[in-house]
Ligand binder design. Structure first.
Ligand SMILES: *[C@@H]1O[C@H](CO)[C@@H](O)[C@H](O)[C@H]1NC(C)=O
Ligand SMILES: *[C@@H]1O[C@H](CO)[C@@H](O)[C@H](O)[C@H]1NC(C)=O
Ligand SMILES: *[C@@H]1O[C@H](CO)[C@@H](O)[C@H](O)[C@H]1NC(C)=O
Ligand SMILES: *[C@@H]1O[C@H](CO)[C@@H](O)[C@H](O)[C@H]1NC(C)=O
Ligand SMILES: *[C@@H]1O[C@H](CO)[C@@H](O)[C@H](O)[C@H]1NC(C)=O
Length: 226
């Protein structure tokens, strides 16, 4: 444990070229990911096993532009471990179930207020919270970050990403946000992250200029690869 902590510190401090693998392995491979993607998706898929599989539930935020449409201004979500659900009947539908539960909490739009954790635990039995997803300023641009520092007890356990590919939701492109491939630019948590099985989060097609910001609830699966 102590040796591992020292090693992490060393890698984080030196920015060594060798990625840090943590010894965390879900046993779920890049080809398992390929099997759930649309067959025409041209993504560069990981060759390693996933180190984490998470259910993310939260909001996608949008602002109404002068042109009368919504543009994305970020997202917030809580991330819960779902690796134990892989190969069960609940797995593919866990995002729809999560969204139904989260949507039922009508007074709340901020996933970081503690109510969502107990809703997800009581209704889905997911009690291992891995971390939080939010947007952060990276080199002058707002980019997605996934922060597992608290659950993993390691200050380097986050990833800030840039988008490398997106495809419309294969099942519900009208209401559900795109499936994404993200590439790490900072942190040691993951080199590639995929957002799939999205449920909700899509903005209305038009808005009244000046009407301000909205938050649209969503859930998605996030697969992290070292
Ligand atoms: C909003 O509308 C403008 C002008 O038609 C267009 O250029 C832009 O791509 C649209 N943005 C989104 C997010 O749809
Ligand atoms: C998936 O979840 C939705 C929302 O909870 C539910 O309406 C639907 O019946 C579920 N589908 C399956 C196959 O379990
Ligand atoms: C997104 O919306 C939530 C809930 O409305 C709000 O608490 C949060 O500050 C917003 N975040 C961003 C980055 O816009
Ligand atoms: C940061 O942004 C500058 C200017 O856009 C760019 O030249 C540079 O490559 C970026 N650095 C990183 C690490 O992305
Ligand atoms: C993420 O990118 C940073 C900056 O290039 C790098 O130091 C780090 O090792 C990368 N993490 C992984 C897991 O590849």
């Amino acid at each position: 444990m102590f040796v591992l902590a020292l090693l992490s510190l060393f890698l984080a401090t030196t920015g060594s070229a060798a990625p840090h693998h943590h010894g965390r392995d879900t046993g779920i491979s890049g080809s398992a990911l390929q099997a759930v993607l649309p067959s025409d998706a041209t993504l560069s898929l990981p060759t390693s096993n996933a180190n984490f599989l998470a259910l993310g539930c939260g909001v996608q935020n949008y602002t109404c532009t002068g042109a009368g449409n919504y543009s994305s201004i970020g997202a917030l979500a809580n991330l819960y471990d779902i690796s134990q659900l892989f190969n069960t009947a609940e797995f593919a539908n866990v995002t729809n179930c999560g969204l139904e539960i989260w949507s039922g909490d009508q007074g709340e739009t901020n996933p970081f207020n503690s109510g969502l954790d107990s809703l997800i635990q009581n209704n889905l039995g997911l009690n291992n919270k891995l971390g939080e997803h939010f947007f952060t300023n990276f080199n002058g641009t707002s980019e997605p970050e996934f922060d597992f520092t608290q659950s993993q007890g390691n200050a380097g356990d986050f990833t800030i990403d840039v988008k490398s590919a997106d495809i419309p939701s294969p099942t519900d492109p009208t209401n559900s946000v795109d499936w994404l491939a993200l590439s790490n630019v900072s942190g040691i948590l993951a080199s590639q992250t995929f957002r799939i099985f999205t449920a909700g989060g899509k903005q209305p097609s038009s808005c009244q200029p000046g009407s301000g910001d909205i938050s649209v609830k969503y859930c998605a699966q996030y697969w992290f690869f070292p």
